[in-house]
Design a protein around this ligand. Structure first.
Ligand code: AP5
Ligand code: MG
Length: 220
């Protein structure tokens, strides 16, 4: 991929593969991966006040309020590494977040280059999330069925133990899907109006999804 700064949003429901694809883009092309969920989980692990607040919403599958979410992400993208471009994963999730992001980028004469709508059916999302395990140390993502670790229960990269996310319990998964449909999916119209949406068929093997994403990103 060429070296122009690219600001790309991966928009998709819980379990669509946003984190999986963003991590590969980071490894292959050095794109900076900004995932609001990962930033919250780092705060939870460090037991910061933001982490305590976020956990109370996340465990129920609800969105963390816009003001704290926007502040956290804006602080992250103000860091120098993000000037080279960013893959956003899980942000924005509401109209207010989308507008805050547009405004912040505009202040730097930057803008979103593409919104990749990673489309996966609900039935498949539920199956993926119930089989997801993540590394307790670095958050690397596995799937017992489609993307298993080499050694059961251990991260391929650092041998740490794998754990399940608290919000992958069935009740929280159902609520996350509802919240996505009610509050985040409408963003597609916001970005379609700006001509930015590219649909990615998310129900393909991970490498095929990656190839489709790279094809769009290369044209930016
Ligand atoms: P967040 O962490 O953003 O979670 P999410 O959007 O619900 O998405 P997931 O991380 O569950 O799925 P993913 O699309 O990354 O899929 P993955 O690659 O892991 O948010 C969590 C919570 O934080 C929210 O509910 C909310 O409370 C809060 N939050 C976060 N951001 C917020 C914001 N902006 N505003 C307010 N609140 C916010 O893949 C899933 C599984 O499938 C894995 O096991 C993987 O190995 C497997 N897999 C991946 N791709 C494939 C494939 N192609 N084929 C088969 N299996 C696959
Ligand atoms: Mg994720």
């Amino acid at each position: 991929m060429n070296s122009t700064a690219k600001f790309i949003i991966l928009l998709g429901p819980p379990g669509a593969g946003k984190g999986t694809q963003a991590k590969i883009l980071h490894q292959r092309f050095g794109m900076v991966h900004v995932a609001s969920g990962d930033l919250f989980r780092e705060n939870i692990a460090k037991q910061t006040p933001l982490g305590v607040l976020a956990k109370s919403f996340m465990d129920k599958g609800e969105l963390v309020p816009d003001d704290v979410t926007v502040r956290m992400v804006m602080e992250r993208i103000a860091k120098p590494d993000c000037a080279r471009g960013v893959v956003f994963d899980g942000f924005p999730r509401t109209d207010a977040q989308a507008q805050a992001l547009d405004a912040a980028l505009a202040r730097e004469n930057k803008k979103i280059g593409a919104v990749l709508w990673v489309n996966v059916r609900d039935q498949e999302l539920v199956a993926r999330l119930s089989a997801r395990w993540i590394c307790s140390l670095d958050g690397a993502v596995y799937n017992l069925i489609t993307n298993p670790p080499r050694v059961a229960g251990k991260c391929d990269l650092d041998d740490s133990s794998l754990v399940q996310r608290d919000d992958d319990k069935p009740a929280a998964v159902q609520r996350r899907l509802q919240v996505f449909n009610n509050q985040t999916k409408p963003l597609l119209e916001y970005y379609r109006a700006a001509g930015l949406v590219h649909e990615i068929q998310g129900e393909q093997p991970i490498d095929r999804v990656q190839a489709d994403i790279v094809r769009v990103a290369e044209k930016l």
